[in-house]
Design a protein around this ligand. Structure first.
Ligand code: HEC
Length: 451
């Protein structure tokens, strides 16, 4: 009952403060502008100081009740509180001096008026900042750009999306800015200390701060997503969390609220992925192997081996390091494959179609580290045995086996190739039934089998 009454009186503080402001300004105006003061004018001025003191005292008292609820930052309150108290004290002293008919010199009188207006300005300014937020006054001036609180990721961080952590890089900085002034190890309102990850999860007096996997049972999420005029809304002062910050928090809790959770995990949720792309400028599309590969371009000496009409080739990237190589003749020899061994790391696409390639030849391809596309179609000498040699091609995404003699057993090995995304199988010995089964087992591999 008593706390409720005090809370009520506290809520009157923003109203009551205008009384001493009005009274003291009027008193000073009378003092300054009325030239020939007779006795009654002096009495009015003395009375003015008295009422300034009295209403100031009341405002300070109510302010005390208001500040006591913990919803204001101690650091913000302090200047406001002490300049407010000084204001009340100075009013009291001036009233008492006037009451006992102390003679003010004109300089002293000016000094007193100036001091009280200064105290009034300081108190009012910091009080306003607490209610309306910092920068409230200045950011509303014309031509002043509003400072919007968002997380800025550096260019380097954005380039390395793989290393961005959801909690550490996107959530912790927000909580630090908006919550931790009131929820740290020294001052943990509601028993909640958010400065350490574990104590934040654990929560305060009312239960779990974060319930992993369930945002709607997590007090921290609940409190920031209440309507802004809800008495339990957090943060009680300052700028609330933005929509995207709340959405990120929700998604993070939903997905387990782990301290170590890479931002690339948003790929499981297109909506939040888009939000991250727009909000933080992150490019979160899945990168192909070649997009992540850094390679210097081959020296001219190395390229000697593929001069001549047996090979045709081109570079695929502006850095001139990824090669697309094609064997042009109808009959390939082992030496033709030994020839290209010294540039094998540059070859990312290789076309050896229709050149009487056999299983033994394929053995020479088994350690091409960056090969992503291999065309060996129309080589009827190739059978299941040849596929064994291809198993080490860890980055192979596309393989064309059209017109070879591979059969159902080859599918078992092909299914084990992790990077494979596209497979051409028409006109082989593989049965339609085996292909149908393979497609079910490997839905991420696109099979092109004709018919
Ligand atoms: C200006 C001080 C202040 C700031 C800033 C602040 N809080 Fe609070 N918070 C409090 C006070 C005081 C309480 C206790 C009274 C209450 O429960 O409302 C509290 C209580 C809580 C509780 C309930 C704890 C419990 O278990 O009872 C949660 C959760 C919470 N705050 C979350 C937040 C979050 C999240 C932020 C940042 C977005 C935040 N707070 C910012 C002052 C603050």
């Amino acid at each position: 009952m008593l706390t409720e009454l005090l809370d009520f009186l506290g809520s009157l503080h923003p109203l009551i403060v205008h009384l001493p402001i009005g009274i003291v300004l009027l008193t000073i105006a009378i003092d300054v502008f009325m030239r020939n003061k007779n006795n009654s004018v002096h009495r009015v001025i003395t009375l003015g100081w008295f009422f300034s003191f009295l209403s100031g005292l009341l405002a300070a008292l109510f302010g005390w009740f208001l500040g006591d609820n913990g919803y204001y930052l101690a650091s913000q309150i302090s200047i406001h509180k002490w300049s407010g108290i000084a204001f009340v004290g100075v009013c009291l002293i001036i009233w008492m001096l006037r009451f006992v008919n102390f003679r003010f010199t004109q300089t002293f009188n000016r000094f007193v008026n100036f001091t009280i207006i200064l105290l009034l300005t300081i108190t009012g300014h910091f009080g306003g900042e607490m209610t309306h937020g910092q920068n409230y006054l200045f950011e509303n001036l014309p031509y002043v750009e509003k400072k919007i609180s968002v997380i800025q990721l550096s260019e380097a961080e954005r380039a390395e999306t793989d290393s961005i952590q959801v909690y550490e890089d996107l959530i912790h900085p927000v909580l630090e800015e908006k919550c931790m002034a009131c929820h740290n190890q020294n001052q943990a309102y509601g028993g909640l200390n958010m400065s350490a990850f574990e104590s934040m999860i654990k929560g305060g007096n009312s239960g779990a701060g974060i319930q992993k996997g369930n945002p709607y049972e997590s007090l921290i999420y609940k409190r920031v997503s209440f309507p802004h005029d809800h008495p339990k809304f957090m943060p009680p002062t300052g700028v609330p969390l933005s929509y995207d910050q709340i959405a990120t928090l929700e998604w993070w809790i939903d997905n387990g609220a782990e301290k170590q959770m890479p931002v690339t995990l948003v790929r499981n949720d297109p909506k939040i992925q888009r939000l991250m792309e727009i909000q933080y400028g992150l490019d979160l599309r899945e990168k192909t192997y070649l997009e992540t590969l850094k390679l210097d371009s081959p020296t001219p000496e190395k390229l000697q081996s593929v001069q001549g009409e047996k090979y045709s080739w081109r570079f695929l990237n502006p850095e001139q390091s990824f090669m697309d190589l094609k064997f042009t003749k109808k009959q390939i020899e082992t030496t033709d494959l030994i020839n290209i061994q010294n540039i094998k790391k540059y070859i990312v696409w290789l076309n050896l179609s229709d050149c009487m390639l056999n299983n033994d030849h394929l053995g020479y391809l088994n350690d091409f580290p960056n090969l992503t596309r291999l065309k060996i179609q129309k080589n009827p000498l190739i059978t299941n045995k040849g596929i064994e040699a291809l198993q080490n091609l860890e980055n192979l995404t596309e393989l064309n086996l059209y017109g070879t003699k591979v059969s159902d057993a080859a599918l078992l090995r092909l299914g084990q190739m992790q990077s494979l995304k596209k497979l051409f199988l028409w006109n082989t010995r593989i049965t339609p039934q085996a292909i149908a089964d393979f497609k079910i087992q490997h839905p991420h591999i696109e099979v092109i089998a004709g018919m």
